[in-house]
Design a protein around this ligand. Structure first.
Ligand code: PRX
Length: 575
């Protein structure tokens, strides 16, 4: 991209938005002013969970519904006061086990109310939450718990089978939330302990720099890395919830993200509750009918989802959408992958509303570049930097590039919700900040002359399938553990619904022959070892993989070949 192109604009719609003018907010913004909203602003002794729940429970929102939970089996509602009491009990349960500040407590469950109250309770005692996807299989669970040296995990009787306790010497307690017949040593009966625990809890008052959550995410090399965030992130959770999600007193807010993913914590837990909003959580699987019905049943007003979900709804057809009353929706947002202009146009048709794209990452902890309701929207653009955030396109030396030049999407450091550490890996952390004063995102993008940012792709080989970040190295390592696989190279292949799918190229060991059964077995091997979303949807057997002379598999060559594109510079290839 080198010059201005004609772009489509969808004008802002007038309304009572919390943010009325982007330009004036951007020019006058100060993080220090946002801090005055919090009870701790003079002492600096804080607790994110207290601000999100207890402050409201002790004030005028005491009896307001904080959580509406629904799945195919359970339908429940909790007020701020109830959430405060249940999370206090959970905090006491942990304290009784001798768990305290800085200890890592993991959550490995399908979505249910207990995850939400458990996460809040864990943060209240100053411990660190480690959320996992329920889809993780043994290998994925082991990698994360071992790296974090977790002391406890909260899970179900079904999922606990995937926790290899014999390989986890630090893991003292497995807290099981449902009933089971046999209790093994070290297993804690959640129901019984919660029934006995007190509603009153001594909250841990911590420093703004005290950690509260560790989200594991993938890069292009090595095992998943633990991204650590601190209580001070609440400043940004709060103000982005207010201005970007535009949460107001009477909203019913639904974020479809699972807490295993940062969207499901920052915007599925903290931002809505810091703003005192009613937060709807839907468990269970994706289904267009039920999702639309959920909007109608609960009169959802603000809805935050992801491009893959919107594309699946789009492909289910407009008929399905028309069966439910979606007229309560007043604000719709998207995150995780590029939002196609076509999907925005479809959204205008079925919701009568713009879908607002937001760009950020696990590492940034909260929104960075967004579309505000008060802003004209350019479909295909991620929008503009949040006030207080300075974003730029820089070259590999850290020099800022002019409009329309493609380069590294970078953010000027620091900001309140910026990650503070990669767990056990300071070198990895430093890599993000290698260009002085900038955080380097790993995304490539350009900026137009009016300050809108346009996402182009990843700089590295990280795959984004249905919004899930998958590291090719992780999948390759699992593939070569299979006895039939000699070598493996894994790429993201463009897909109209999922953004990308995982495609694996493998070569077979002597004595193995390619059959559909063998390929299926290999696919299941990855699925059962890592997780469903890491399993390659396509596997192609090749004689030999393109490698550098030092033996590194050249994924970009595989990708170019797959897409029928020029393979580029091959000077480092083996032969
Ligand atoms: O490549 C970008 C893509 O998702 C990556 C971050 O993934 P993750 O840490 O799992 O967090 C996603 C939820 C915050 C980014 O580096 N990505 C995220 N949002 C967008 C996006 N790509 C294009 N447009 C977006 N709005």
């Amino acid at each position: 991209m080198t010059e201005r192109q004609l772009v489509e604009t969808i004008p802002s719609v007038k309304g009572r938005y919390n943010l009325q003018s982007y330009e004036s907010a951007y020019s006058t913004f100060r993080w220090d002013e946002i801090k005055t909203q919090f009870t701790w602003h003079q002492t600096g002794n804080c607790n994110l969970a207290y601000e999100a729940i207890d402050r409201h429970a002790q004030g005028s929102l005491k009896n307001k519904t904080a959580l509406i939970y629904e799945d195919d089996a359970r339908k429940e509602k909790y007020t701020f006061e109830q959430l405060s009491q249940i999370s206090n009990r959970f905090g006491n349960l942990l304290l009784k086990l001798g768990i305290g500040q800085g200890d890592r407590v993991f959550f490995f469950m399908p979505r249910n109310p207990e995850i939400y109250t458990g996460i809040i309770g864990t943060i209240k005692i100053g411990a660190i939450v480690g959320p996992l996807f329920e889809a993780f299989m043994e290998g994925a669970v082991l990698d994360r718990l071992a790296d974090a040296e977790a002391v406890a995990i909260v899970t179900t009787s079904a999922l606990k089978q995937r926790i290899p306790r014999d390989k986890l010497p630090h893991l003292k307690y497995v807290i099981v939330v449902d009933e089971q017949e046999q209790w093994l040593p070290g297993e804690i009966d959640y129901r019984q302990e919660m029934a006995e625990a007190s509603d009153e809890l001594d909250i841990a008052w911590v420093d703004l720099e005290h950690p509260f959550i560790l989200h594991y995410t993938s890069g292009s090399t090595g095992k998943p890395k633990g991204v650590l965030h601190v209580h001070g992130a609440m400043i940004q959770h709060y103000i982005t919830g207010k201005w970007v999600l535009d949460l107001q007193d009477d909203d019913i807010y639904w974020c479809t993200g699972d807490p295993g993913w940062v969207t499901g914590t920052t915007y599925g837990i903290f931002a809505p509750w810091l703003n005192g909003a009613t937060n709807l959580i839907r468990g269970g699987r994706f289904s267009p009918e039920r999702w639309y019905q959920t909007i109608e049943d609960y009169k959802v007003t603000v809805w935050y989802s992801a491009p893959t979900a919107f594309r699946m709804l789009m492909s289910a057809g407009d008929e399905v959408a028309r069966k439910s009353d979606l007229s309560t929706l007043r604000h719709v947002l998207s995150v995780g992958e590029p939002l196609n202009p076509e999907v925005i146009r479809w959204g205008m048709k079925v919701f009568g509303k713009r879908i607002h794209d937001t760009w950020w990452m696990t590492e940034t902890g909260a929104h960075m570049i967004v579309n505000f309701p008060c802003m004209d929207m350019r479909p295909g653009s991620m929008g503009k930097p949040f006030p207080g955030i300075q974003a730029a396109i820089v070259d590999d030396q850290g020099n800022e590039l002019p409009p329309y030049r493609l380069g590294n999407l970078a953010i000027r450091t620091p900001w309140p919700s910026m990650m503070r550490k990669i767990w056990n890996n300071p070198a990895k952390y430093e890599e993000y900040f290698r260009l002085k004063g900038w955080y380097i995102s790993g995304d490539s993008a350009y900026r137009d002359e009016d300050g809108y940012f346009w996402f182009q792709g990843r700089v590295d080989d990280v795959i984004n399938t249905s919004g899930e970040r998958v590291g090719p190295f992780d999948v390759e390592s699992k593939l070569v553990e299979h006895p039939a696989v000699a070598e493996a190279g894994v790429i993201g292949k463009p897909d109209p619904i999922r953004g990308e799918i995982i495609k694996a190229f493998i070569s077979l060991r002597e004595g193995y022959r390619e059959t559909p059964e063998l390929l299926e077995e290999i696919r299941l091997f990855v699925r059962n070892g890592l997780s469903a979303h890491s399993a390659p949807r396509e596997i192609e057997v090749v004689g030999k993989l393109p490698k550098t002379r030092s033996g590194k598999i050249m994924r970009r060559v595989l990708k170019a070949q797959e897409l029928g594109l020029p393979t580029g510079d091959l000077s480092t290839i083996e032969d």
